[in-house]
Ligand binder design. Sequence first.
Ligand code: BGC
Length: 729
Amino acid sequence: MKNNYFLKLTARLLVLLMAVPMLSVAQNDLFKAETEIKINELIRQMSLAEKVNMIHASSPFTSGGVARLGIPEFITSDGPHGVRAEHGRDWELDNNIPDSGTYLPVGVCLAATWNKELGYEFGRVLGSEANYRGKDIILGPGINIIRSPLNGRNFEYLSEDPILVSKMAVGSIKGIQDQGISCCVKHFVANNQETRRNTIDVQMSERALREIYLPGFKAAVQLGGANTVMSAYNKFRGQWASHSHYLLNSILKKEWVFKGVVISDWNAVHATPEPLWNGLDLEMGTDLSMMQNRQYNKFYMADPAIKLVNEGKIPEYLIDDKVRRLLRVMYKTNMLGDLKRIQGEYNTTAHRQTALQISEEGIVLLKNENNFLPLNKKQKRTIAVIGFNADRKQSLGGGSSQVRAFYEITPLAGLQNIVGKNVTINYEPGYEVKRNGGANTELMNRAVAIASKADMVIYVGGSFHGYTHDNWSDNAYDAEDTDKPDMMLPFGQDELIKAILAVNPKMVVVMVGGGAMDMRLWINETPAIIQSWYAGMEGGHALARIIFGDVNPSGKLPMTFPKKLEDHPSQAMGEFPYDTSGLAVHYYDDIYVGYRYYDTWKVVPEFAFGHGLSYTNFEYSNLNILNENAKVTISFTIKNTGKLAGAEIAQVYVKPYQSVLPRPEKELKEFDKVYLEPGAFKTVTLQLTNDDFSYFDDLKNTWVMDPGKYGILVGASSRDIKLSGMLSR
Ligand code: BGC
């Protein structure tokens, strides 16, 4: 009897293993043959209604379980930079629950660190706090490509470059999932704008899809081992991304062998049969009024699905596959099975330290004429701090990624906390946040008055990260469900900055926001400019420490800052936010996103991709290229030639000298961040493979590497190339 059982078990294991010969290492993790047997046995015990109960929401942030069989609900929570406050079961905040969290710097600030290890640490904090708070899935990271500076959600995303996106995303996914929590990589795919996000039909070439928009997701699944992926709101080539056979079944599940769960964005499902057929596994957030009335059985993938199966119109095995995927993730994260979940931690010094380090490494020093910065704390002086964002807490801004922070150090508080007794700070907001508002003369005059009496000015302005309760969600600038009208500073800030400069040109301008702003009206008169993003709960300290030289800045831009909107490829070549029909947007900018455009078409940006200054200097030397069949090994030396310790981000670009199809001037392929004491040097060694020399040939519908010569460019930014060499492949 016993032998017979083992024979049967071995035979089943063999069949299962033969069925998945090509799994990538990370996805293999989600597919353990023994677990598959347990899962199949569970499914066999389930009624159709029980199965269907698992594939749609059971509350705003949970999916259904099967109590009879001990199958729990999935508890999900936003989001990308902190565990969101509780929403109970009906969108109400529950004030009796300790639901504050560590407010990490936003995605784009993390990407600006270019520090892969910090990506992991970022994820570790998220995973740990999610675990502590009893969450199973954290709805992040958000990794859509930053295609336009106007996208209201750029702050949540990472970069215009797919390699930088991939490397930072993989780190944070592993960080989250090593805590026994699932991540949910979002939004798959082409959700590069918020305008008409629920209806817009994104049209792009297969080449742009493959080269620019997909690589981050592919890395997330294959290298990061992401357990779940969130499908996007928008349409893709005429079909909802959440119903797309091509995206979900052909690419994600077949090509990339994804064994986890595809979760819809909240209210992104619009029918029953298509998502059932085409690869969506879990429907969330459909229709607020249904949710408020707890009518989850009315969701598309609820009673209507049962009906279609009972009528013989949809085969039950489609439902089984979705349930199988959900159970797989439950076993992997010990929601099922004999192993216990990790406990998780909450509000620890280590978590705060991670938030601080990310902001210190992610804030970017854009301009520093005649070493205007750092300031010396010992010098007695009065500083006028001006700007609404100096005194604004940002953690509840931006939409679903909002976090109820344990605390948040604003720029003003950060400066006050660190300046010591020699420095006196006076503060004025200088402008008011008002719908379609221009300059406010009274506020401006008060700001100019303190500026004229001060030794210098620290201006902290930029964008606006509206809160829902500001009643501003429609008109916020860096927020979900909205895009910016243009690249100009809102609320009369250009006028204000010019008025301050007229009385006191000793000014540091700090730009808070998700990305590029038009600075042409005052940039030449301003000696120092800092991009500080939304830098998390310790962001004010990080900024102050950079301004006063306790920290040497090392962040670099993860996207190009154009001089003006018209220079941007999404405007100059492509469409944004839609075509004349208002229904579709065509990505005619194609593969020329960000620096790929500026460098190929020789358009000079304000600040280049990868640009960021330090208080010390670095020298690059000794480029060596070892060109072997399987790989290319690149090494070079970086020396800190200045007087302060600091970190440099060295970027390796490949420049094709010949190509059957046109290609961008150069493309980032690798990078490294090196920390050096004054006078110290280090040899950086990085490896490239044939993939790094290839492009997607959409005539042949495959990746190709044209034989011939390639340049290897090592730079401090995409426009500051320090070393170059050549090789033939
Ligand atoms: C957002 C998602 C978010 C979800 C749940 C949607 O509106 O697009 O990113 O995870 O809401 O809050």
